[in-house]
Design a protein around this ligand. Structure first.
Ligand code: CA
Length: 305
């Protein structure tokens, strides 16, 4: 896009710094940018989670509406400035799966003492109902599941989960991923570096991130369905839906956690308030738009058969 003016050299987790050190590396200028999921930084401020994914939060199109047109970007910029980071949306997984379990989950009792990998506020919610939730970077999950260090895990959805081979160590694959209903992947740019760029190069970074936001979501949608077929057909994975009772109980726990965490400091409270308003608007409109259409599409009429 820049005709050679901007060149990006990409390092994997562990090459320049470890996965969870990406934030400090960019904040301090060891690296110019990270591509990550901002809920990994809730130890810096819980507000970061809202720009990535929170339990029973917003979907891909809804978070886009908030960030691009609902005041979300301005709040994110305010948060980022405290850490010398200029943030952008740069990818979205869509609704994730609920996770891999080696036993059925029939009530929230089944979460008691369960050692499960779940990052962000989703982990906080599962701790609220008695699970022993831990966070691990992607590359460490499968070995932990294999060794029994964890009993269960979530990662993303069929495409990414198939690649990591979780089906070898846990056979029940639950949905929906209430904890990550449209996880944003985020580009964090060192703010000093970003502001040192000429305006047109800043616009190039912004446009590239926006393009990746759409492109990556399309990539997930294109691959998740076929990967699910491979998991259930070839690998005999048992797909299970969380019961309404389980989801409602986790929703109640989510509400308590969100109110606690969302009001933990003035800036987080400001972000939380804006998020809640946007979420409410999204739910109201989705009832008449996306949700109503998805239900209509599943009526038993014949189409293309
Ligand atoms: Ca996930």
């Amino acid at each position: 896009m820049s005709d050679g003016q901007l060149n990006v050299k990409v390092y994997s987790a562990g090459e320049l710094v470890a996965a969870f050190e990406a934030f400090d590396a960019v904040s301090q200028g060891t690296a110019d940018m990270y591509h990550s999921a901002d809920y990994y930084w809730i130890g810096k401020s819980p507000a970061w989670a809202f720009f990535c994914a929170v339990p029973f939060g917003m979907t891909f199109t809804e978070i886009n509406a908030w960030i691009y047109h609902g005041g979300g970007q301005e709040l994110w910029d305010e948060l980022g400035a405290k850490f010398n980071i200029k943030p952008f949306l740069a990818g979205n997984t869509g609704v994730q799966m609920g996770g891999w379990f080696n036993k059925e989950i029939n009530s929230t009792e089944d979460y008691k003492g369960l050692k499960i990998r779940m990052p962000g506020l989703g982990g906080e919610v599962l701790r609220e109902i008695g699970a022993a939730a831990v966070n691990l970077p992607g590359g460490e999950i499968a070995p932990a599941l294999q060794s029994g260090a964890i009993d269960a895990t979530e990662w993303v959805g069929p495409w990414n989960d198939l690649a990591f081979g979780f089906y070898k160590f846990a056979k029940y694959y639950y949905y929906p991923g209430f904890h990550e209903p449209g996880t944003a992947n985020d580009l964090g740019v060192n703010k000093d570096f970003y502001e040192s760029l000429p305006k047109h190069q800043q616009r190039i970074v912004e446009a590239a991130a926006a393009m990746e936001n759409v492109y990556q979501n399309a990539e997930f949608n294109a691959h998740d369905s076929s990967s699910l077929t491979t998991l259930t057909g070839k690998h005999k994975v048992q797909v299970r839906k969380f019961s309404p009772d389980v989801l409602n109980a986790i929703g109640e726990a989510s509400g308590r956690v969100m109110n606690r965490v969302g009001n933990s400091d003035p800036l987080t409270a400001k972000v939380y308030k804006s998020f809640l308003e946007s979420r409410k608007d999204s739910i109201g409109w989705a009832k008449l738009a996306d949700q109503a259409y998805w239900e209509a599409r599943l009526l038993p009429f014949k189409y293309g058969q």
